[in-house]
Design a protein around this ligand. Sequence first.
Ligand SMILES: Nc1ncnc2c1ncn2[C@@H]1O[C@H](COP(=O)(O)OP(=O)(O)OP(=O)(O)O)[C@@H](O)[C@H]1O
Ligand SMILES: [Mg+2]
Length: 228
Amino acid sequence: MLEVHNVEKVYGEAETAVRALQNINFAVKRGEFILIVGSSGSGKSTLLNMIGLLDRPTRGQILVDGADTSTLDDNHLSSFRNSKLGFIFQFSNLLSDLTVLENVLLPRRIQGTLDGATEEARMLLKTVGLESQLKKFANKISGGQAQRVAITRALINKPAIVLADEPTGNLDSISAETTVHLLKSLNRKLNQTFIIVTHDRPQFGDVDKIITIKDGRIVEGELEASMA
Ligand SMILES: Nc1ncnc2c1ncn2[C@@H]1O[C@H](COP(=O)(O)OP(=O)(O)OP(=O)(O)O)[C@@H](O)[C@H]1O
Ligand SMILES: [Mg+2]
C-alpha cells in the first residue's frame, strides 16, 4: 500500500547541499502501525514529508495504493494528498476562531464532501472523548484536547495513511499516554496505516515495525530485527 524505492533527498545546491536522505527503501502494508525513530537531524521529518507528499524526493519513487506519486503534477498531488493522507503534527495547528466541530470538518469542506460529514465528525469526536466539546472554540480547550481534535481532523477524510510527526512531543506525560492509546486503538479499529515519528520509542510499546534512521539512511539491523 506504501512503497518507498531508492529515495534520496538533497536540500540546497553545490557547497551548501545537505544530503538529508539516501538509499531509502521500505514497504508498508495496510493497517500497519509504524514508528520512525532516530536522533535529531537524522532525517525523520524529511522522510515523513516525502511520504506525506509535502515535498518531493530528489530521486526515487513513492507509491501509494499502487500509484506512482512522482508522476502527479502539483494540482493532482494536493487532491491526492487531501483524499489519501491525514496529518498530525507536534502542535495541533487548529484554527482558533473556529469551533472544535468546524476544525474537524475543514478537510471535508476543502474536499467539497460536507454531506453527512457532521454526523461522522460527531461520531469520531465521541470516540476520542470530546463529544461535550463540539461547540467550544479551539483556543478554549487544553493542549491534550486540542491534539485529540487534530487527530480527529486527520481522520475525517478516511485517509489510507495517517502520518504524525512527534504527536506527543508537546504534551504532558498523561496526555501523551492518552494520545498514544488513542492512536493505537484507532489504528486497530479503522484498519488505517499509521506512520509516526517519535523521539520516545518506549512510549509506544509494541508496534508492527520500527524504521531507524541514522544520518539519512535506514539502519538495516534494526529494521530486520523489528520485522522478525
Ligand atoms: N528545508 C531544509 N533546508 C535545508 N536543510 C534541511 C531542511 N530541512 C531539514 N534539513 C536538514 O536535513 C537534515 C534532516 O533534517 P530533519 O528535519 O529531517 O531531521 P529530524 O530527524 O526530523 O530531526 P528532529 O528530531 O530534530 O526533528 C538535517 O541535517 C537538517 O538540517
Ligand atoms: Mg523532525
